[in-house]
Design a protein around this ligand. Structure first.
Ligand code: PMP
Length: 409
């Protein structure tokens, strides 16, 4: 029966990580997988997460291992949606009205939120196609392939200017049809680190409205990108407040900004244009139906940590400090890599390393150069030339710059 199966392609970041682990070379460097590392190359449980864990374990509530509801932990969802939409910063009446436009459900992290949103839209709206940025997080392709929706690309990255290709994006999406879905990275685009400006976001919101497109925001780096939660959610809040109202989805992940990768903490928020209890209830029941048939409900361990932190002002302040620690170290490593390439007089313009934001940079190596830097210098990155800046530290940044210098000459 199963002998008829042919293999599926391996997931590249995990495959690169596996190859790195196997490599016995002492100076090997892992710039492949998108996880935060400290200046000595270790994983970092956020200090605030460790504090929340202590509080949770001390409490030893007898119901701590009970099932969540199918929707998930409602207090966690309230705090998570405040973080995205900023409801807690609005006047109460306005906040109440705005909140009633959002239906939220806990998911198996950001991937699960993307998957659930794809399933909801596919089953209910039958979109003609989904527009994904070229390039994008590779899993967007897998997720929408599994949803059975045709995928089309819009040209996101201009390799000549090493920045977001607004003209290409706008021109291509102008040919999209009503009810087509458009995947948008809310901040710190993975893999390029290049984001639209505020003016460009405004024009994209207008385009979505006039063409009747359904924006689908992927929010995997809020607070992690710039260290500023408002700034990283700016585009989503702009689309939310757009008049006339837009309807859209937000897939929220807490993997990076809480360092809770393996705990699988996330949420899907669906924004409606109407304020109707009936519409919201129907939407929620459809989402719950999909979740129940898939995995019953999201896990609770990680969401309890996030809820504990976001629900306590003192812990929240500590979380902001941890976010700054991570984003600042990444910024410093961008600068260090840039400085070293300049010092070595490596041929080419490297200013994009400083301009791009978040965990990743499209460093600008060809596939051949990526293969060479791996075989000759044991430096691991994705074949597109995407590097995870957090894999750099004071001890390896010179070595990496020298490797880049060697393969581009
Ligand atoms: N979207 C993007 C763009 C990402 O980079 C990631 C993390 N690599 C995710 C979603 C989701 O990750 P997770 O499922 O760990 O939350």
């Amino acid at each position: 029966l199963f002998s008829r199966l042919s293999p599926t392609p391996a997931d590249e970041p995990f495959a690169v990580n596996g190859a790195y682990i196997q490599d016995t070379y002492p100076d090997k460097v892992n710039l492949g997988i998108g996880v935060y590392r400290t200046s000595d190359g270790s994983p970092w449980p956020l200090r605030v997460v460790e504090e929340a864990e202590k509080q949770l374990y001390q409490a030893s509530d007898v119901s701590r291992h009970e099932y969540l509801t199918i929707q998930g932990d409602r207090e966690f969802l309230r705090l998570a949606s405040n973080l995205v939409f900023g409801f807690d910063q609005e006047k109460q009446a306005q906040a109440e009205e705005n909140k009633s436009r959002v239906v939220s459900i806990q998911t198996v992290s950001g991937t699960g939120a993307n998957r659930l949103g794809a399933e909801l839209l596919t089953r209910n709206l039958r979109p003609g196609c989904v527009w994904v940025p070229d390039p994008t997080w590779a899993n967007h392709h897998t997720i929408w392939e599994l949803a059975g929706v045709e995928r089309k690309s819009y040209p996101y990255y201009d390799s000549a200017t090493k920045s977001f290709d607004f003209e290409g994006t706008f021109r291509t999406l102008s040919s999209a049809n009503t009810n087509d879905v458009v995947i948008l990275h809310a901040c710190a685009h993975n893999p390029t680190g290049a984001d639209p400006t505020k003016e460009q976001w405004k024009m994209l919101a207008e385009l979505c409205k006039t063409k009747g497109l359904i924006p689908f925001f992927d929010l995997a780096y809020q607070g992690f990108a710039s260290g500023n939660l408002e700034q990283d959610a700016w585009a989503i809040r702009y689309f939310f407040n757009y008049n006339p109202r837009l309807e859209f989805c937000v897939a929220q992940s807490f993997s990076k900004n809480f360092g809770l990768y393996g705990q699988r903490v996330g949420a899907l928020h669906v924004v409606t244009s109407t304020i109707s209890e009936e519409v919201s209830q129907n939407l929620l029941s459809n989402l719950c139906h999909l979740v129940r048939g898939e995995y019953s409900m999201a896990p609770r361990g990680g969401s309890e940590i996030v809820r504990t932190v976001l629900g306590n002002e003192t812990l929240k302040e500590k979380w902001y400090e941890d976010l700054v620690t991570m984003s600042e170290r990444i910024r410093q490593m961008r600068q260090a890599l840039f400085d070293e390439l300049i010092r070595l007089q490596t041929p080419g313009d490297w200013t994009h390393i400083l301009k791009q934001i978040g965990m990743f940079t499209y460093v600008g190596l060809s596939e051949e150069q990526v293969s060479k830097i791996r075989s000759k210098h044991h430096i691991y990155m994705l074949k597109s030339g995407r590097i995870s800046i957090s894999g750099l530290n004071e001890s390896n940044v010179k070595y990496v710059a020298k490797g880049i210098d060697d393969v581009v000459r």
